[in-house]
Structures are given as C-alpha cells and as structure tokens.
Design a protein around this ligand. Structure first.
Ligand code: SAH
Length: 257
C-alpha cells in the first residue's frame, strides 16, 4: 500500500469524523508501521483490547504523530495489537498555518499544563517555554508534557504531535525572523493581535505571552529593538494561560481551519 501522494486530509478527514464522531484515535509512531501493518505499542494495545474491548475485524483509527492518520482493521490482539491499514489520510486534523506560542514559564504547573492541552486542541504547532525577568520557574517536566500532548492529540483528532521545546531565553524568541507578536496588557487596546492577523494573514508566526507577573519594562523595550510587535488582546487583563488560549483560538479563527 502506498501512503505518499495522499492529498491534504481536510475533506476526507471530515468525512471520517462525521462517521466516527465518538472515536478516540490510537497512537503508534512511524517506525511501528511495516507496509500495510501497524504494530500498536503495548499500552495502546492494552487500551484497545482490555479497556475498549475491541477485537479482530474492528475498525480503528491510528495516528503516527507525524501527520498521518490510518484507518484500518484489527488483525490481532495481545501484547502488541496489529492493525492492517485500509486507508491513509495525510495531515488529518492539522491547520494550514503554523503558530508558535512562546509562553513565559508559569509558577503554577497546573495552569501551564491546562494551556498545553488547549494548545494542542486549538492547532498550535509549537510551544516554546521562555525564561523571562518575572518567571519563577525554569524547567518543564518532560514526561508529563509528552503525556499531556499525546492524550490531547488522540482525543481531538490531530495527526501531528505539538512540539514543546526546552525552555529558552526571551531574547532568543523576540529576535526570531518573521512575524513575532508580543502580547502586553499595557498597550492601547485598539492595537490588537486580531487586527494584525486579519491585515497580514501570516502563514507562520510566533506569539509571545508573559508569565503571571507579566513582562518587565526592559523586555517591552527589547521588543522594539528586535522588530517584534507589541500587541493587545483587549481591555481586560487576562491570566497568562487565558491569554495564550485566546491567542491560539484567534489564530485558528482567522487563519484556520
Ligand atoms: N503584569 C500583569 C499581568 C500579567 S498577565 C500583572 O501582574 O499585573 C500575563 C500575560 O498575559 C501578560 O504578560 C501578557 O502577555 C498577557 N496578557 C494578559 N492580558 C492581556 C491583554 N489585555 N492584552 C495583551 N496581553 C495580555
């Protein structure tokens, strides 16, 4: 079976979703596939056979985390379940634009994790945790991050895993080439991110959101020097994770699907 040459998955993916609205995808990395057969990892096999009580002949959907969605039938269960592919859809559930959200590391791990889950659902391609003057945290818990991203990916029907980089400096992010928008509550509420996105319709952009304590004056000054644009999300002061979720949602509405 060939998987190259499948066109963008939006319409076929939509058809598949209509038929199987309730179905959560399984995950198997690309190397788990040999030709038409996919060997599911042990925990996914357990979920398939023991939790969902699926068996030979049942139709399942498997994503590889790199942009492929496979529809196939269970051919064997056991420690490693085997799925035989019947159809493949490229870029299923993936947006046509690329949004990176650089997020000040939050003191509240819980709030940061809620943001990660919502970012996956809203189609964010990459999250860069940033170290800022007012960040009170400097590390992420890689195991927890990976498991949140994977669960949300399977749940919402994406086929690509959102990247979460290791934390890096505010300076390295604002000096990125291209469209970089820095959200700051103290700019005119008429100078909105929404307006910039509508005017420019970027296919790729980076949006920066501060931690609980916001950005320092020096950081806001640095934006001007590095060509990043400071923008508003409206008249109310949002919590950091609310601001970041609003950014992902705005981008999806303006640049979508
Ligand atoms: N400095 C503030 C609040 C920080 S809110 C204080 O402690 O009083 C956390 C982050 O959310 C901000 O750094 C900013 O990136 C974003 N944010 C919140 N409300 C915003 C708004 N109305 N416009 C733009 N960004 C906002």
């Amino acid at each position: 079976m060939q998987t190259e040459g499948f066109t963008s998955g939006f319409h076929s993916h939509f058809e598949a979703l209509k038929k199987e609205r309730h179905i959560t995808n399984f995950y198997a990395p690309p190397e788990a596939r040999t030709g038409e057969r996919i060997r599911l990892p042990e925990d996914e096999s357990h979920h398939l056979a023991r939790v969902l009580r699926l068996g030979e002949g049942d139709v399942v959907r498997v994503v590889d985390g790199c942009g492929m969605l496979y529809v196939g039938r269970v051919a064997a269960i056991g420690r490693d379940a085997v799925v035989v592919i019947e159809d493949a859809i490229a870029d299923a559930g993936e947006p046509a634009y690329s949004l990176t959200i650089a997020m000040g590391l939050l003191k509240s791990r819980n709030r940061f994790e809620v943001f990660l889950e919502k970012a996956v659902e809203l189609g964010v391609e990459c999250v860069v945790p940033i170290l800022t003057a007012h960040s009170e945290e400097s590390r992420i818990n890689r195991r927890r991050v990976d498991s949140i991203v994977l669960a949300a990916t399977k749940q919402c029907g994406r086929s690509r895993l959102m990247k979460v980089e290791e934390p890096r400096s505010f300076e390295s992010v604002v000096s990125t080439q291209g469209d970089v928008f820095v959200c700051h509550e103290a700019v005119s509420p008429t100078d909105t991110l929404l307006r910039r996105l509508l005017d420019r319709k970027p296919t790729e952009c980076v949006v920066v959101v501060g931690p609980e304590g916001g950005f320092s004056e020096n950081e806001v000054l640095q934006c001007g020097q590095s060509g990043a644009e400071v923008v508003s999300l409206g008249v109310r002061r949002l919590r950091a994770e609310t601001a970041a979720i609003a950014v992902a949602s705005l981008a999806s509405a303006v640049l979508g699907p």
